[in-house]
Ligand binder design. Structure first.
Ligand code: GLC
Length: 431
C-alpha cells in the first residue's frame, strides 16, 4: 500500500466534497451538512488544513437551536434532490429554530471528543474558548430534553438520531409503529444508490411517519418525549455522549471553567449504564426500548461501543472479546467473511451483507471501536480493525460501506468520513 498516495487520494475526496462552507458527506447522495459526519471530517481536515477544519465546525454550530440542540442536518444551500427537504421538516413552527434551515432531530454527539483530539495535536485554545459554550449547551439539552426517566441516560426519538438508521436493533420498535396516515413523499435516497443497498420501504415509511409526528408537535421536546412512538435508550449514543462528556470536562479544565455540572452527568451515567444496558446472560450490552419497557435483544457490533467510553469493567471487557469478538459465529472472519467488523452479527436472522446498517462494514464504526479497544490495551483486535479498514479503502475506494465478504464497496462513492479517517489513521503513522 502506498501511504502517501492513499493520503493524497483521501485529501482529494475531502477537497472535492468541499462547498467552502461545509463538506458534503457524499457528492450526490448527501448534499448537505450532517452533524457527526462534519465532526469526523474536521478531524481529517485538521491534518492538512486546520483553518478549514475549524470552519467546518463553525458551520455546523450555525445550525444550533435556541434550546441547545445541534441538529442532524444543516441545509446551508438548498434545493437538492435530497429528501426530506427543509419544506418537509417545517422547523419554523418552533420558536427555537435557527435562521438556517435544519432537520428537527439530532445525531451522536461526537463533536467535543473530536475538538479535544484536534487540540491535543494542534493547540486551538481560542477556538475552544469560542465553541465551549455551544458544546455545553448541547450536552445540557441532551441531559434534560432527552432524559426520559431521570436516569442520566439519554434517549433517541428517531432511528436517524442513532446514526445507524436501519439497524436491526430498531426492527421491533419500528414494527410496533403502525403508520396510519403517512403524508405523500418521494424517496430521494434510491436515486443515486441501488435500492438493494438502502433501507427497506417498511422502515422508510416509518422514518417519515415519525417526522410527521414531530412536526405536528412543533418539535416541542416535552411533547416529543411523551408522544414519540419511538423512544429508545441507545448503547452507542450513550457511549458516545459519556466519552464526549469526559472530553468536554477536559476542555472545561483547560479553560478554567467549573466542571460540577459535567461531573454530575458523568456520575449519573456511570452509575446507571450497566444496570440498564448490560445483560449478564448473553455477556452483551443491549439497547432499551422505553415504549415496550424491555431490552432489545439483537446482537449488533454496538455491543462493543462502551469500550469507546471506557465503561466496561475488566471482566465484562474480557467477556465481550472472548465470547463475541473472537466468536467465529458472530464477529470473527470465516470462510465467507473476510473483513471486520460486520455491524450486525452474522448470527442474526436480519443480517444482510450489503444493506446499509444491516451488516456491512462501516469505517466510522471501525474507528470508534479501534479507539475503544486501544483504550483497553486490546492492541491486537484494534490493529486488525485498522488493517482491514485501510485494506478496504485501498482496494475499493472511499465508499460509504463495504460488503464484508469480498470487500466490494456499497452506497455512496467518494465518501468523506471514510477519507477523513484514513487520513487520521495514516497521518498518525507519519507524525
Ligand atoms: C446516513 C448514516 C448516518 C450519516 C449520514 C450522512 O444517514 O446512517 O450515520 O450521518 O448518512 O453520511
Amino acid at each position: 500500500m502506498d501511504i502517501s498516495d492513499l493520503i493524497l487520494r483521501a485529501q482529494n475526496v475531502l477537497r472535492s466534497n468541499d462547498t467552502g462552507v461545509f463538506t458534503k458527506p457524499g457528492p450526490r447522495q448527501y448534499p448537505h451538512q450532517w452533524n457527526w459526519d462534519s465532526a469526523i471530517i474536521a478531524l481529517g481536515l485538521s491534518h492538512f488544513d486546520l483553518p478549514r477544519a475549524l470552519t467546518e465546525i463553525r458551520s455546523l454550530l450555525r445550525g444550533q437551536w435556541g434550546d441547545g440542540m445541534i441538529p442532524h442536518v444543516v441545509y446551508h444551500q438548498s434545493p437538492s434532490d435530497y429528501f426530506p427537504s427543509p419544506a418537509f421538516w417545517q422547523i419554523e413552527t418552533n420558536p427555537n429554530a435557527p435562521a438556517v434551515p435544519t432537520s428537527g432531530i439530532t445525531q451522536p454527539p461526537v463533536l467535543a471528543t473530536i475538538i479535544r483530539k484536534i487540540h491535543s495535536r494542534s493547540p486551538i485554545l481560542n477556538f475552544i474558548r469560542e465553541t465551549y459554550p455551544a458544546l455545553l449547551r448541547w450536552h445540557r439539552w441532551l441531559h434534560t430534553a432527552r432524559d426520559a426517566d431521570g436516569s442520566g441516560l439519554v434517549c433517541i426519538i428517531h432511528p436517524w438520531e442513532s446514526g445507524t438508521d436501519d439497524s436491526p436493533r430498531w426492527l421491533s420498535a419500528m414494527s410496533a409503529i403502525a403508520p396510519p396516515d403517512v403524508p405523500p413523499f418521494q424517496r430521494g435516497d434510491t436515486i443515486h444508490v441501488s435500492a438493494s443497498e438502502r433501507p427497506h420501504s417498511a422502515d422508510y415509511v416509518r422514518f417519515i411517519h415519525l417526522i410527521d409526528v414531530f412536526r405536528r408537535n412543533r418539535y416541542d421536546p416535552a411533547a416529543l418525549l411523551s408522544r414519540s412512538p419511538f423512544l429508545v435508550q441507545d448503547v452507542l449514543f450513550n457511549s458516545i455522549l459519556y466519552r464526549a462528556n469526559e472530553d468536554l470536562r477536559a476542555l472545561a479544565l483547560e479553560l478554567g471553567e467549573p466542571t460540577g455540572e459535567i461531573d454530575g452527568w458523568l456520575d449519573k451515567m456511570r452509575a446507571r449504564f450497566d444496570a440498564r444496558f448490560w445483560d449478564e446472560t448473553h455477556g452483551s450490552y443491549f439497547d432499551f426500548d422505553l415504549r415496550a419497557d424491555k431490552p432489545i435483544l439483537v446482537n449488533t457490533a454496538m455491543t462493543f461501543a462502551p469500550f469507546f467510553a471506557g465503561l466496561p469493567d475488566p471482566t465484562k471487557a474480557r467477556r465481550l472479546i472472548a465470547e463475541h469478538w473472537q466468536n467465529p459465529r458472530e464477529y470473527q472472519p470465516d470462510k465467507n467473511i473476510r473483513y471486520r467488523v460486520t455491524t450486525t452479527s452474522k448470527a442474526e436472522s436480519a443480517w444482510e451483507p450489503r444493506r446499509y446498517w444491516r451488516g456491512p462494514v462501516w469505517i466510522i464504526f471501525n474507528w470508534i471501536l479501534w479507539d475503544g479497544l486501544k483504550r483497553y490495551g486490546f492492541d491486537d483486535p484494534a490493529e486488525e480493525l485498522r488493517r482491514d479498514s485501510l485494506e478496504l479503502v485501498a482496494r475499493s475506494g472511499f465508499r460509504e460501506y463495504y460488503d464484508p465478504r469480498d470487500g466490494s464497496g456499497c452506497g455512496s462513492t467518494d465518501f468523506s468520513w471514510s477519507a477523513a479517517l484514513t487520513i487520521e489513521w495514516l497521518a498518525g503513522d507519519r507524525e
